[in-house]
Design a protein around this ligand. Structure first.
Ligand SMILES: Cc1ncc(COP(=O)(O)O)c(C=O)c1O
Length: 400
């Protein structure tokens, strides 16, 4: 009898984590590697947040909490949703989990029956299709082309919905494209969703705070309160507050779904860390200036990366509104051969040759269900970014 369960055959390991691990190993072996593969802020967690965690340890706040999170944190989350999006959630409509990833996991596992369909705009974050598949659901990918800013068109959403559709998942701003939707841009999608009252909506707003040139990403319930009774509004501390290792994600949703997610979480991780929760209260309710300071740096880096990549022959790079990624096309490099003799046949061979021949680690578009492109994370110090983009330019110029 095989040891590993069949359900694991439905998923693959996270490819972003795999490439980041490979880059780390090459670096440890002495190679000159610049990793642009990880979706992790290079900034340190703000000092006031760290101090709140230290105080929590000193006060003995080191025990299990309620599964859904401490009441002070759920109140702070409710206040965050009210302040930023004008949405009123009560503490019992909120659950805190071990990162945004567990919120998605809980929501899908708690609701999907075998064969239920989940409409996901692609390119999409690597984990969405796998989490849906693990829950025995069927990911239905809807392609969003670069010529529409990688954004979903209302007609494409309408066409993807069937009588098996359980969820529509939106990521705003988006990993890997950085595409973000304003309130005006969400309106036509909300109109489609209003016509399909059986479809639930999961909106992953984890990059909400990282938007540039004054762009304000909106969220579904803010735009259309009539969708509130079937929407999960997800957010977290990982990206906005540079708190990836603290593992804090949360959502607002109707009480019946929160209870189901709570039940599932009570039999897996229980609550997330009590210390991280105390830190998250400070992150959400304390001074918010550090977010704007980080966003200003990200905006400058985005501008640098977009300009330098558009100077690399064979690459075209769209300028996105948010997150800390760009998703350039490599179509102009396909069919060429690298100095070391690798024939570039697709996005995968491009990033493999780029790592082997220049030491720059990036993730191929296929990992995000959109071949022909690659993802660069600019959550890396500016000098390394400049050096990495210079190497990409020289690599592209050397293709023959
Ligand atoms: C789109 C998206 N959603 C959710 C997450 C998960 O965040 P967390 O680290 O809080 O689990 C990530 C992390 O990369 C992400 O890119």
């Amino acid at each position: 009898m095989p040891l590993i369960a069949e359900r694991l055959d439905r998923i693959s390991p996270s490819q972003t984590i795999a490439i980041t691990t490979e880059a780390r190993a090459l670096k440890a072996a002495g190679r000159d590697v610049i990793s642009l593969s990880s979706g992790e802020p290079d900034f340190d967690t703000p000092e006031n947040v760290k101090q709140a965690a230290i105080r929590a340890i000193e006060k003995g706040e080191t025990k299990y909490t309620d599964v859904a999170g401490t009441l002070p944190l759920r109140r702070a989350v409710a206040e965050k949703f009210r302040r930023d999006s004008g949405i009123d959630y009560k503490p019992e409509e909120i659950i805190v989990s071990t990162g945004g990833k567990q919120v998605i996991f809980n929501a899908m596992l708690a609701t999907i029956n075998a064969g239920d369909e989940v409409v996901i705009p692609a390119p999409c974050w690597v984990s969405y299709p796998d989490i849906v598949s693990l829950a025995e659901g069927k990911p239905v990918l809807v392609t969003c082309e670069q010529n529409n800013g990688f954004k979903l068109r209302a007609a494409a959403l309408e066409a993807a919905i069937t009588n098996r559709t359980k969820w529509f998942m939106l990521n705003n701003p988006c990993n890997p494209t950085g595409a973000a939707y304003s309130a005006d841009e969400l309106r036509p999608l909300c109109d489609v969703l209003l016509r399909h009252p059986e479809v639930w909506i999961f909106t992953d707003d984890i990059y909400e705070k990282l938007a540039y040139d004054g762009f304000k990403p909106a969220t579904i319930v803010e735009v259309e309160p009539r969708l509130r009774s079937r929407t999960v509004t997800m957010n977290g501390c990982s990206k906005a507050y540079a708190m990836t290792g603290w593992r804090i994600g949360f959502c607002g949703a109707p009480v019946a779904l929160i209870r189901a997610m709570d039940k599932l979480q009570s039999q897996s991780t229980s609550s997330t860390s009590s210390i991280s929760q105390a830190a998250a209260v400070e992150a959400l309710t304390g001074p918010q200036e550090s977010i704007a300071a980080m966003a200003r740096v990200y905006q400058d880096r985005r501008d640098l990366v977009v300009a330098m990549l558009n100077d690399a022959p064979g690459i075209t790079c769209h300028k996105p509104e948010g997150a800390f990624y760009v998703f350039p096309s490599v179509r102009g490099c396909i069919g060429k051969t690298s100095p070391a003799g690798t024939r570039i046949t697709d996005d995968k061979t491009f990033v493999t040759a780029l790592l082997a021949e220049t030491g720059v680690a990036a993730v191929h578009g296929g990992a995000f269900m959109h071949p022909g492109h690659f993802r660069i994370s600019y959550a890396t110090d500016t000098e390394s970014l400049r050096e990495a983009c210079g190497r990409i330019q020289r690599f592209c110029r050397s293709l023959a």
